[in-house]
Design a protein around this ligand. Structure first.
Ligand code: ADP
Ligand code: MG
Length: 324
């Protein structure tokens, strides 16, 4: 024994991003009970991580949830004026954040780990000159017929695109890159106190642009993995962990030759990314987020499923991305 007493500053810090697919499994009805149930199972693994000596900030996806909020707005538009997308993202942060807060608090109490779980409405600054604003690409909200889509374009000025696979028309919005998380510093102070656990940057954050000295909300959505990396960089945490519904990152995913990647460097990851191993809307942004984080000085990025979190933290599961 060297007599060293552990202090909070000795603890490992991490941003843990939870995929929207883990909160609402494909094909599940989006009821509160279903989502709370899924969040409870995820929370078991996260609570164990926290009691194992990690100070963390959690982020989460919101794809299905913000889609449903938009649908509710659409269905009630003659009774209540619909809210713009930035407000809907804020609503989804509150809704998922609250359910997560409930689930996590229960799990932490069960294992007698003392932390207050806080949910922070989080804004993400984007560049109004980002080329994403001139080519909206992210499908969002309910599906419409061609006639409804035309009417929507005329009356609201939004951009609609046909999705043949889903058999309908859908609104598409810009997905600009995150520049900075406005609340990164206070989130960092809270988690470094060792007393609080923060849920932040839900749904990639509420996108805002700087305009005449103000922050103004915009109609866009930011990818939650890229926003989580942006938060992790801003907070200078040790680890960025992305929890999803696969064991890790695969080469030739979905083919009989697929193989799971263990520890790889950012350079290798970038080569595979360029070779097209990862789809743009799913694994691509996770790998990109991992590369950006470790190149900015982060110790390691991990991609795995919640059930493997514990094993992945000791480098025995999942895909581990390091700088070199
Ligand atoms: P999340 O809600 O967690 O962000 P996504 O659907 O965006 O989930 O991303 C996870 C999905 O990425 C997996 O379910 C998997 O089908 C898909 N995927 C695409 N390419 C790969 C790959 N190379 N390795 C592993 N998973 C991949
Ligand atoms: Mg995703």
């Amino acid at each position: 024994m060297d007599g060293k007493v552990a202090t909070w500053t000795d603890m490992t810090t991490a941003v843990v991003a939870v995929g929207g697919n883990a909160i609402l499994k494909r094909g599940q009805l989006p009821t509160m009970d279903n989502q709370l149930q899924n969040l409870r199972s995820i929370s078991k693994h996260i609570a164990a991580m926290v009691s194992g000596g990690y100070n963390i900030s959690l982020s989460h996806g919101n794809g299905p949830q913000v889609g449903d909020i938009l649908l509710q707005n659409e269905a009630a538009k003659y009774e209540v004026p619909p809210m713009p997308l930035d407000v809907c993202v804020a609503q989804s942060q509150g809704m998922i954040g609250y359910l997560f807060q409930q689930a996590l608090t229960e799990e932490l109490e069960t294992i007698r780990c003392q932390r207050t779980v806080l949910c922070m409405l989080t804004r993400v600054i984007v560049d109004p000159g980002d080329e994403a604003f001139s080519r909206p690409s992210k499908p969002i909200g309910p599906y419409y017929t061609a006639a409804e889509a035309e009417q929507m374009e005329l009356s609201t000025g939004c951009v609609m695109r046909e999705d043949r696979a889903r058999g309908g028309w859908c609104r598409v919005v810009p997905s600009p890159r995150p520049v900075e998380i406005v609340e990164a510093a206070p989130i960092s102070r809270l988690i470094c106190s060792g007393r609080d656990l923060v849920i932040a940057a839900g749904g990639g954050g509420i996108p805002v642009v700087r305009q005449d000295g103000r922050l103004v909300g915009v109609e866009a959505v930011v990818d939650k993995d890229l926003a989580s990396a942006c938060l992790a960089k801003g907070m200078k945490v040790d680890l960025l962990i992305m929890l999803t519904d696969v064991d890790g990152v695969y080469l030739e995913h979905g083919s009989p030759r697929e193989r799971l990647l263990g520890e790889i460097t950012a350079d290798e990851a970038e080569r595979y990314l360029r070779e097209g191993h990862f789809y743009a809307g799913s694994m691509g942004p996770k790998v990109e987020a991992a590369i950006a984080f470790v190149r900015a000085g982060g110790r390691k990025a991990i991609i795995t499923r919640p059930e493997l979190l514990h094993t992945a933290l000791s480098s025995k599961a999942g895909t581990q991305i390091v700088d070199r």
